[in-house]
Ligand binder design. Sequence first.
Ligand code: SAH
Length: 254
Amino acid sequence: MSPPRFFVPNFPREPGGQLDAAESKHAMQVLRLKVGQLIEVFDGAGLSAQARIASIDNKHVSFEVLEILSNGPPHGVSLEMAVALPRGDRQKILVDTLCQLGVTRLQPLSCDRSVAEATANAIERLNRQVLETCKQCRRNELMIVESPVTVNELVRMDSVKRRIRLLAHPYGDVPELFDVLCRRDGTDVQQILMAVGPEGGFTDDEVFRLVSAGWQQVSLGPRILRVETAASALAAIALAVSNSSRASGGNIIE
Ligand code: SAH
């Protein structure tokens, strides 16, 4: 079994450091770790290391770094998702899944038909979920959960950096996401921003504003998916195409 992972922002590469109070408590009281046991630490910005517990006092666990395992964020795709948050526990599923898949940034989207408000408390809770997911799935750089934006603010967000902006809205004569990405240049598919609407869907006016600003509508097929299912499917397909394109030097599968 792989050693338990702990989040330690800015940990020194050598000789080592200390887990914070919450992580120390978890290590001591839940996992019952002892001096000498191996752990893994990650800084949330891409750095991770194998470490050994050096000492345990009343409140804190100290560790020594044995070996740097990963030195920085992967040079992968930048995949940002603007999503109208679903209700309750489904927010957790959304964040957990997108973080596991490798989404870079989650931008809660406030739409006319939104059912859940992305309050500061909600964002904090979701960022805590990101930490849990990063520990479990061995992701070393945190997925950033941003403060919410409106559709108007989304329209104004820097469009140069994000080469492809896609709107999941399968109504009318709308192409499949996979086909849209495969027709694009390999460099384009490394910088993607996608938007998913609320349970009630985007309004015609929201669709009009986004499409007028250069967003392209895409479909995931004939069924109406839940918000978190649509977001996960979009992320998985986009990552598959961009990773495959990078692996083959920029050529996209015909
Ligand atoms: N009753 C709503 C359904 C919304 S489902 C409506 O008729 O629009 C929530 C969101 O998931 C949608 O706004 C869309 O962004 C995304 N979604 C759901 N099914 C989809 C599909 N088949 N293709 C693309 N996006 C989809």
